[in-house]
Design a protein around this ligand. Structure first.
Ligand code: HEM
Length: 428
């Protein structure tokens, strides 16, 4: 490790560039360089508040674990420019967040809101959904079989499968699925000209944020109808739990209930579809992985974990320090902003042997794609259950699998993964 704190400008640019994630190699090369030379260094980029980039597995865990010392509420939880931050604060009257969801909350509020739905997400509760999820999975596998041996696995299977599951959980009817898919992509793909609302290259922070605000307003309008319906006639779904939730004995307010729907609808969808597509991408790129899982279906849970590690669909979350402290030998000052580089932690050579390889048999697989500490992904059991069921349905029928054209990734430095995955296959 060198002694200088400063990260070279080209390396910092690769870490924050949505395009570098689409190309994949530049960002992983930048992370490998950082882990070897400056694992917790300071990035100074024009137009952006100075920030630390945390690249080692151990340091990411260390920071995530101390959620009082490293908080989520005071600074933007996802990366933005100074101009972007100022625009949001102007729009919100001072808050750096357009939404108020669990990921933007700290103690004491965070626990109060998390507990509302925590038990709903526990394995013993979501197990009840297994039969219904299997029906949805089977329909997707049947659809894939009907496509004549070639498809774009992202658009034909991976996008709609977790979307249908999460929307059922939220009580959204199938007819509104395209609208929800569009809104989620617009929210996360604001920088990707093919996914954002105006379908434009967006270098302009004000235009990007204006678009995002309109997307959020659409989400809110949509979920307001659902909240009103669940208040009038409660059911057994998650939407009912949220709509009728109480905080400190008082009913949850509309803004916070809407924010809750938005986080579940968005967090539960693109992440899972990217990981699902990543499992197929991994088996195309590493045919021996496909052969191993075919030969031994007990490797399916390993396939799932490896796909989530390999893709790491959540590229970062930010934290800010509430006091002067030290991590990884670096003095962090009160107010400092930190980028937790999950894809880097998940390729840390100190934890993973041959980290760039795709190995369903990897065990243990201590990836940190779901984060760690108080904000540890609420939907992790659901995500893994959905993926397990899909591959339990798919693998026995899949006789062969290969790329059928160039696969591409989304341009996204927050949530992203495969965007197109043309495959050729034989199915029973
Ligand atoms: C492979 C799929 C998924 C990945 C990789 C993933 C990743 C993450 C990460 C990295 C965090 C932040 C953790 C932190 O700050 O320490 C998170 C939080 C969260 N995730 Fe997931 N997620 C996935 C699927 C889901 C699903 C299916 C749902 C819900 C249906 C969900 C709901 C949430 C919620 C509500 C939070 C906020 C928790 C909190 O702040 O307390 N996620 N997820």
């Amino acid at each position: 490790m060198n002694d200088t704190l400063d990260i070279p400008a080209d390396i910092a640019r690769a870490v924050i560039s949505p395009k570098a994630y689409a190309e994949d190699a530049p960002v992983h090369e930048a992370f490998a360089w950082l882990r070897a030379n400056n694992p917790l260094g300071k990035a100074t980029v024009e137009g952006i508040y100075p920030f630390w980039i945390v690249t080692r597995h151990a340091d990411i865990l260390e920071i995530s674990r101390q959620n009082e010392l490293f908080r989520s509420g005071e600074m933007p939880t996802t990366f933005t420019t100074i101009e972007g931050d100022q625009i949001v604060r102007k729009m919100t009257g001072g808050s750096p967040h357009l939404l108020r969801t669990l990921v933007q909350m700290d103690a004491p509020d965070h626990a109060k809101y998390r507990v509302l739905t925590q038990s709903w997400f526990l394995p013993q509760n979501i197990r009840k959904l297994e039969d219904r999820i299997r029906q949805i999975a089977r329909a997707h596998v049947d659809h894939m079989a009907s496509l004549g041996g070639e498809c774009d696995f992202v658009n034909d299977v991976a996008l709609t499968f977790p979307l249908r599951v999460i929307l059922e959980i939220l009580g959204v009817p199938p007819s509104d699925e395209p609208r929800m898919l569009r809104l989620t992509q617009e929210l996360f793909g604001a920088a990707d000209a093919e996914l954002n609302r105006s379908r434009a290259e967006t270098g302009d922070a004000a235009a990007n944020l204006g678009e995002l605000q309109a997307v959020v307003a659409d989400f809110f309008m949509y979920f307001k109808t659902i909240t009103d319906a669940r208040k009038a006639a409660p059911g057994a779904d998650l939407a009912t739990v949220i709509a009728n939730g109480k905080i400190d004995g008082a009913p949850i307010n509309d803004f916070e209930a809407m924010s809750y729907y938005v986080i579940v609808a968005t967090a539960g969808h693109d992440t899972t579809s990217s990981s699902t597509a990543g499992a197929v991408w991994g088996m195309c790129q590493f045919p021996e992985a496909f052969a191993k899982v075919k030969a031994d279906p007990s490797l399916i849970p390993g396939l799932i974990d490896e796909a989530i590690r390999w893709v790491t669909p959540v590229k970062h979350f930010m934290r800010s320090a509430t006091a002067d402290t030290e991590v990884g030998g670096r003095a962090i000052a009160k107010g400092d902003w930190l980028w937790l580089a999950y894809p880097s932690g998940n390729r840390d050579e100190a934890v993973f042997e041959a980290p760039a390889a795709f190995r369903p048999e990897r065990s243990p697989n201590r990836h940190l794609a779901f984060g760690y500490g108080a904000h540890l992904c609420l939907g992790q059991h659901l995500a893994k259950m959905e993926m397990r069921i899909l591959f339990e349905e798919l693998m026995p029928r899949l006789k062969s699998l290969e790329f059928a054209g160039p696969a591409t990734r989304a341009e996204a430095n927050f949530v992203g993964g495969p965007k197109r995955l043309p495959i050729r296959y034989q199915m029973a």
